[in-house]
Ligand binder design. Sequence first.
Ligand SMILES: [Zn+2]
Length: 469
Amino acid sequence: MRKKALTDDEKYERKIQERAEKQLAKCGPLGTPLGSFSPEELTWLATVAPRGILLTGARVVNCERHTDKFQNVAIQFGKFTYHPQRDAVRIDCTGKVIAPGFIDMHVHLRDPGQTWKETLETGTAAAAHGGFTTILAMPNTDPPMDTPERLTAFLQRAQGAPVHVLQSACITKGRAGRELADLPALAAAGAPAFTDDGSTTQDANLMREAMKIAASLKKPIIDHCELTALSKPGVIHDGEVAKELGLPGQPYEAEVFIVLRDILLAQETGCHVHLQHLSSARSMLALFQAVHHFLPVTGELTPHHMLLTDEACRTWGTNAKMAPPLRTERDRKTLLAFLGYPMLPVIATDHAPHTAEEKAKGWADAPFGIVGIEAAVPLVLTELYHKRHYSLPRIIGTFTSGPASVLNLRNLMDTGSPADLTLLDLNQETVIHTDRFLSKGRNCPYDGTPCKGTPIATFFGGQYRPITP
Ligand SMILES: [Zn+2]
């Protein structure tokens, strides 16, 4: 009887299976379960071990390759490999999820210039504690990152950090919105993107020029969408809560105006525009239309715009004051409905540390922003995976392939790439305690929130980093 020919998928499956068997045959039969290492093993695993590591038994979700399956992950000399060495150490990851290292593309490190709020050291430690292996730092430092010299000096300082630090550069000199910075020189110095985050230039012609240059450099413009003529002096969303609390409100139009401007300019210039921390259903629908017409525009959602509404301002006071403001339940639900689709492929934390004294200045004077890099992953797993039953690849993609595609990062888990991984336990229950944060910031409306699902460890360049919740 003639044997039925195998389909390509079946051949691929068989190849993976054969490779897994070969990998296991090379290693010892015993695997230490993840989380029960001896102190010696921990010390060894925290280095770039020349002896290979083979992670077995985990569900591996790699959205870049559209795979979600149980497979082995082999690491050698800090990089992914197909062929672990004969004496590779086998680690049993049964029941856990492995993903490429998580990326947070919206982080304020406050360094240099405002190191009482956060430093390079505390901010990156907080990122690693939150399960991330790569962050994109915003350039609204003091002085701002608007020259190649500043960028280079900062990137050199960041080399020993526990996560990869990418530094975005300013669009305009001094972030003043009046004159363009030297974008080609900033790109050559290592800036993967340009943004004046914290604000945006109000000058549409200047933004058009910036987009033309960014498009020629093949770098995205990342924009904070706020028309100040409409947003100031508002401190929260212009709605019922603002009226009841007697506070000046920021209308939808303050955001939507710039969203529409940027979409039009993206259409004209061909520049990839990434719209930060979208807060309103109207912005989302404009973005939907743009992507529907194949324009190079993407957006991001923060955990706070995903989880909270302006009602949070009643209980959390200025710890719920952020730009753009928390809006209504309708906005929240609309944003969530689009999350994970091509128009909204990114969750980013907009981690924005401030001191308790600064936040205690009252609604008018307290600064905008909250911290969240150490709470984001547990909150998202709880809310989206357990409560709303979003698929795991849809969620993990917003932390991995989504931001990677915006920032042109590639080959997240391919052989030869640095072995950056985030390991998740979907069922571990934790409670968010702001006093356990490694960030200096405590300005956060999640203290005491129970969560289900948390990052339990990362591999950073092949080095094992357990996470204590
Ligand atoms: Zn912003």
